[in-house]
Design a protein around this ligand. Structure first.
Ligand SMILES: Nc1ncnc2c1ncn2[C@@H]1O[C@H](COP(=O)(O)OP(=O)(O)O)[C@@H](O)[C@H]1O
Ligand SMILES: [Mg+2]
Length: 182
């Protein structure tokens, strides 16, 4: 994987995105533990910092106040060294990220994970469809330079380990290239 450079940052920012239930937070937690990068769980941050407004009855969730969230994160992101974890991605500024990892699953695995999370009805069906139609991958490809967008399946513990290894390898490459360019 090529490591595109943003020489202003001392450490890269990466985005981990994908349909709910594909394994983003599991991956981010491991990565953060291993690399010392800061894991930003956007759903949690939005809740803790009052960036939610209204309520969608169909999906049983609140709407995100994107402007408020982005303003609050700007300083942290400009310093670098963050892993952003969120199920959507097009509203983040493109300049924030050095790499975008789209976590993928298959429909039966995802169906089982979302069912055990308590999802039912339209919310369950729509999320599984979202994965079948690779909506989040397409969103990422149309929002970021294609060469920084990487797709990775995380259906099994082995795939998770492989993804962690690949991202750690990418990070090493980023720091090596940065060292050479200074
Ligand atoms: N690679 C994997 N292999 C097996 N189970 C996984 C894997 N990744 C995640 N899981 C499980 O799937 C569920 C959803 O994972 P989570 O990381 O919370 O997804 P997300 O943050 O994308 O919604 C959790 O129960 C988690 O333990
Ligand atoms: Mg999560």
């Amino acid at each position: 994987m090529a490591a595109p450079q943003n020489t202003d940052r001392k450490a890269p920012n990466i985005l981990v995105t994908g349909t709910p239930g594909v394994g983003k937070s599991t991956l981010c937690s491991k990565l953060s533990e291993l690399t010392g990068l800061t894991w930003l769980d956007i759903s949690k941050i939005a809740k803790d910092h009052d960036c939610l407004e209204g309520f969608d009855e169909t999906y049983q969730c609140s709407y995100l106040d994107e402007d408020k969230l982005l303003d609050g994160l700007e300083d942290t992101m400009s310093k670098g060294g963050n892993i952003v974890d969120y199920h959507s991605n097009e509203f983040f500024p493109e300049r924030w990220f050095d790499a975008v990892f789209v976590v993928r699953s298959d429909n039966t695995t995802l169906y089982d994970r979302l069912t055990s999370r308590g999802y039912t009805g339209k919310k369950l069906e729509d999320n599984v469809q979202c994965e079948i139609f690779q909506t989040i991958l397409e969103e990422a490809k149309s929002s970021y330079r294609e060469e920084i967008v990487h797709e990775m399946y995380s259906r099994t513990p082995e795939e998770l380990e492989e993804n962690v290894r690949n991202i750690c390898g990418w990070l090493e490459g980023w720091f090596r290239d940065k060292g050479e360019s200074n």
